[in-house]
Design a protein around this ligand. Structure first.
Ligand SMILES: Cc1cc2nc3c(=O)[nH]c(=O)nc-3n(C[C@H](O)[C@H](O)[C@H](O)COP(=O)(O)OP(=O)(O)OC[C@H]3O[C@@H](n4cnc5c(N)ncnc54)[C@H](O)[C@@H]3O)c2cc1C
Ligand code: FES
Length: 252
């Protein structure tokens, strides 16, 4: 796969500190499966390794990424000005698989929304989003979402359900009994562990987008492996076999 050169055309901060990066590429990314990601070369010499980001939106030659500043790379990205050159490798990895017969319950924690936003766009009215954030202001992250039903949880209790998003899902799960529910999730590891605890008794199918630090993003360095339950194949690469896995295959 070749690198695609591009230029930053937008890099703005929104509610709750989530940033939106818009890149104009020299050529389109091509066909993207929701849940796939890109490796982005940040325009700052001191940030040597590329960083992985979910594909928030891709239309023709325009790529959008939603991100949060957490360290050196994302800090440098936030400081990048319009017209700065970037290199984009992607689309990478395996995304979500949607079974047309299932009722789709999408669970996102904070910036995890970026990993399921494309899926929600494709699902439209078929999807219900359970979105959990820390403060009410952060709910604006989903303000341009159309079609899907939205249920919200805030940890500070200022909007929607007061508590975490998995507890919110737990309150609604009974409504979907007999409707072949399937859960699609992206969020911090604590959220994924709670999800497993909640869904274990029912064994509802659940696909999770896993976040792991990456170096190459192409399956070469084995720096991104996660432990699996399968003893004959105990490790898988998040960048190549993932980032989306069945929750029931992961050894958490
Ligand atoms: C498939 C995939 C998709 C992603 N999509 C997005 C996205 O759409 N938007 C977004 O904001 N972030 C996303 N991330 C996470 C993003 O890649 C990291 O936040 C980023 O690489 C951090 O770089 P940094 O140099 O700023 O932080 P660093 O200085 O490298 O690290 C800062 C802190 O963040 C932690 N950290 C770094 N990378 C990760 C990671 N991959 N998983 C968990 N913790 C990490 C470190 O342990 C450290 O505590 C994704 C990660 C993966 C694997
Ligand atoms: S990041 Fe190198 S194998 Fe996954």
């Amino acid at each position: 796969m070749d690198d695609i050169p591009g230029k930053i055309v937008g890099n703005t901060i929104g509610a709750g500190g989530f940033r939106r990066l818009i890149v104009r590429l020299e050529r389109p990314l091509g066909r993207v499966t929701p849940g796939q990601f890109i490796m982005l070369k940040i325009p700052e010499r001191e940030v040597f390794l590329r960083r992985p980001f979910s594909i928030y939106d891709s239309r023709g030659k325009t790529l959008t990424v939603m991100y949060r500043v957490v360290g050196k790379g994302t800090d440098a990205l936030a400081a990048a000005a319009a017209k700065a050159p970037v290199m984009v490798l992607g689309p990478l990895g395996r995304g979500f698989t949607v079974n047309k017969k299932n009722t789709c319950l999408v669970v996102a924690g904070g910036i995890g929304f970026a990993g399921v936003r494309m899926l929600l766009k494709r699902l439209g009215e078929r999807g219900t989003l359970f979105l959990g954030v820390t403060t009410g202001d952060e709910l604006k992250i989903a303000e341009d979402l159309e079609g899907s039903r939205l249920l919200t949880a805030t940890l500070d209790g200022s909007r929607g359900f007061a508590g975490d998003v998995v507890s919110l899902l737990g309150r609604h799960l009974d409504e979907y009994r007999g409707k072949s529910p399937e859960v699609f999730a992206c969020g911090p590891s604590g959220m994924v562990k709670s999800l497993r605890k909640l869904l274990e008794p029912s064994g509802i199918p659940c696909q999770v987008s896993v976040e792991e630090r990456m170096a190459c993003g192409m399956g070469l360095c084995f720096g991104c492996v996660v432990a699996m339950k399968d003893e004959t194949n105990p490790y898988k690469r998040v960048c190549k076999e993932g980032p989306v896995f069945s929750l029931w295959d992961l050894s958490l």
